[in-house]
Design a binder for this molecule. Structure first.
Ligand code: ACM
Length: 684
């Protein structure tokens, strides 16, 4: 019998004996397994197909439950004999290195899944469930294990509250695609979401606010309300809810990691308990007072209850985006800094993180925090979650710490996943499925001894602009499928075209199960021109920037050649293709065409997105010269900049007939200042 060895998911051609015609079949498993060897034949489910499980009692119950909830109708049996699916926990499995790995062997009358752990068996079962269709299971062997031990998804339940049932539903899907961590962003200004017995005001007051949408609340005074008040929006998980969620997740081999924000993002706490802020005034501060011992008493008491509820090895303490504004004028903070010899507010934040780490470690837990915990000195045993790019994670790894990669550019699912004009309002950005899929959490430049410190990868769903469960699911699916493949599958088995076909099928399956995935079939894609270089007369020509009109270092788009490289920007200025100018002198670019050239048009596109301060120019001047010194104006465009809520693009250009060697393009901001962003000066 001919044995076909294929990459997972690749289209499989099976030549059946005695059958001249070729049957095409796709192995539709997400994430793509490491190694798939398929042969002729199938294992067909029959009414009496048995299920035999040889595993610990706990795992046996979980696996039985998992299969009972599936569409496979299996009969639990006490012997491996007969037409049976066998799940077997073994002492050793030399074919794989990870305890989460498995070997799935399918014969015409027996399916055998072997693994060294319950998790491994569970993942073998997920693969089998995804493979099974009306044609049965193809005969063969799948040997599989994850690339990363940490495969996470973060859900922000503060900005909008998502109930227990919604979380369970997502846990089901995460497990199906072999993710194993659910990070819950439980606290933030928009609402505290976990009952803490010692501090009842957190649930009675800090969990409730005016306005059901974050946006209305944010733009209208940001007030909190008492639980039960008419129009109070919010909610929280009771401790009983948390226990239920933790157990539900454990039964699907998912660890829930709680995040309790400190020292910042804590307006809701500091309004309910203003005594832990520097000035003791409600509604005034986002940061805890780090000089006050009572702050530590509060945080440790909260964390004690949190640790009782969540068995997770990691407790996430936030650590991101502290303004630190009240600390310089606070007597207690200043006294702390003097006493502890802390030279700045970064070190004061680091003092808090260090102290909290000691507390967590003393209770057998580990500290996890956003990459700002590097500032002022990283706590000795901390793990860094790298969100502001990958730099923080790589710094942590360099210092011998573990890192979880979750850079905004690839992992923030609050970004638009398709052309913004076709989508409900989002926070900005542009992160289509293909871009999530393209992410490699281990840079090629990382030395081999550091690779193992990249603990894994995580997608985050912050929910400022996501008020409903349906909307949240639309943002999660199918992008989480791409993340699951980034996290689990070896780079050699990844192939976007093949994945896309599987993602379409998986989206249909998700819909059938009651989820609300984004409709991939309707995907519009990137901004016209952004995926193919364009050609025009200035491509590759030398560019000189006017004195003091340099581009902003954070948005270079590749530097001096960016505006004549034929590369057009996409839907977001974060895609490294838009050049930013923030100096009052604006933008002043002269292109040397190398010789006198016939020119019919000169133009450039600009972007406006008022939220983050990106505006159209108020004035554009296009001029030409033959000596590069004396310029003749071709066109001066005055533009009234009007604030709006949408992302928009406008072309500012000249058209006509002229001849010149030098082309100069100047653009200036108007009354709102902010950034100018342009992607290409097109000369034709
Ligand atoms: C974050 O997005 N502030 C972690």
């Amino acid at each position: 019998m001919k044995k076909l060895i294929i990459l997972a998911g690749a289209t499989l051609s099976l030549l059946f004996a005695g059958c001249a015609k070729e049957e095409i079949r796709t192995l539709s498993v997400i994430p793509a397994p490491l190694n798939v060897e398929l042969q002729q034949g199938v294992f067909l489910l029959k009414p009496g197909t048995g299920l035999y499980i040889d595993a610990s009692d706990g795992d046996k119950t979980i696996l039985e439950g998992c299969l009972a909830a599936s569409s496979m109708r299996l009969k639990p049996v006490t012997t491996e004999e007969g037409h049976t699916i066998v799940l077997k926990q073994v002492e050793q499995l030399p074919e794989v290195n990870s305890s989460e790995g498995y070997v799935l062997t399918i014969d015409p009358d027996r399916v055998l899944i072997r693994a060294t752990s319950g998790a491994g068996l569970f993942y073998g079962v997920q693969t089998m469930l995804q493979m099974a269709d009306e044609k049965g299971l193809p005969v063969g062997t799948i040997t599989d294990e994850p690339r990363f031990a940490y495969r996470g998804f973060m859900m922000d339940v503060s900005r909008h509250f998502f109930d227990k049932e919604f979380i369970k539903k997502q846990i089901d899907a995460l497990a199906y695609y072999k993710l194993n961590r659910l990070h819950l962003h439980l606290t933030d200004a928009a609402g505290w979401r976990i009952e803490i017995k010692k501090y009842p005001r957190l649930a009675e007051f800090a969990a409730w606010r005016e306005f059901s949408t974050w946006k209305e609340w944010w733009n209208n005074g940001r007030l909190y309300k008492e639980e039960g008040d008419k129009d109070a929006y919010g909610g929280y998980y009771t401790q009983e809810d948390i226990r239920e969620l933790v157990a539900y997740a454990q039964e699907r081999f998912i660890t829930i990691i709680p995040e309790i924000e400190m020292p910042a993002h804590s307006e809701e706490v500091l309004t309910a308990y203003p005594e832990f802020s520097c000035t003791h005034e409600p509604y005034k501060q986002a940061d805890f007072c780090v000089g006050n011992e009572k702050t530590f008493e509060f945080l440790e008491n909260v964390l004690t209850e949190v640790m009782e509820l969540f068995p997770s090895e990691y407790i996430h303490i936030g650590g991101d985006e502290a303004g630190k504004a009240s600390w310089p004028a606070c007597k207690l903070c200043q006294t702390r800094m003097k006493k502890e010899n802390l030279k700045d507010v970064n070190e004061l934040q680091s003092y808090l993180i260090h102290r909290i780490e000691v507390f967590l470690n003393a209770h057998g837990r580990k500290l996890l925090g956003w990459d700002e915990i590097l500032e002022g000195g990283l706590a000795p045993n901390a793990t860094v979650m790298s969100w502001r790019g990958t730099e923080g994670g790589l710094k942590a790894v360099d210092a011998g710490h573990k890192a979880i990669m979750t850079p905004g550019e690839f992992c923030y699912f609050d970004s638009y996943q398709d052309a913004p004009y076709s989508q409900p309002e989002a926070i900005g950005g542009y992160l289509p499925l293909a871009k999530v899929y393209s992410y490699n959490p281990v840079p090629d430049t990382l030395s081999a001894d550091k690779v193992s410190l990249i603990y894994g990868v995580q997608a985050n769903l912050f929910t400022e602009y996501i008020p409903t469960p349906e909307h949240a699911e639309m943002m999660i699916y199918p992008r989480i499928l791409a993340l699951s493949e980034v996290a689990w599958s070896a780079p050699v088995v990844k192939d976007y075209k093949d994945f896309y076909i599987r993602a379409l099928k998986a989206s249909d399956e998700l819909k059938t199960k009651g989820y609300h995935p984004f409709d991939l079939k309707k995907e519009i894609g990137n901004r016209p021109g952004a995926d193919q270089p364009i050609s025009h007369l200035a491509v590759g020509k030398k560019v000189v920037y006017g004195l003091d009109a340099a581009y902003y270092p954070g948005y270079t788009a590749g530097g001096d050649t960016a505006l004549v490289d034929g590369v057009v920007g996409g839907w977001t200025y974060g895609d490294h293709r838009w050049q930013g100018f923030i100096d009052k002198k604006g933008m002043d670019v002269t292109i040397d065409m190398e010789q006198e050239t016939n020119i019919h048009s000169v133009g450039a596109d600009f972007m406006q997105l008022c939220g983050p301060g990106v505006f159209m120019p108020a004035e554009v001047i296009i001029s030409i010269s033959n000596d590069g010194k004396e310029f003749t104006e071709l066109k001066r465009i005055e533009h009234k900049v009007v604030k709006d809520e949408q992302l928009s693009f406008t072309h500012f250009g000249w058209e006509g007939e002229t001849k010149a060697r030098y082309v100069r393009y100047q653009a200036f901001s108007g009354e709102f200042g902010g950034f100018l962003f342009t992607d290409e000066i097109v000369v034709k």
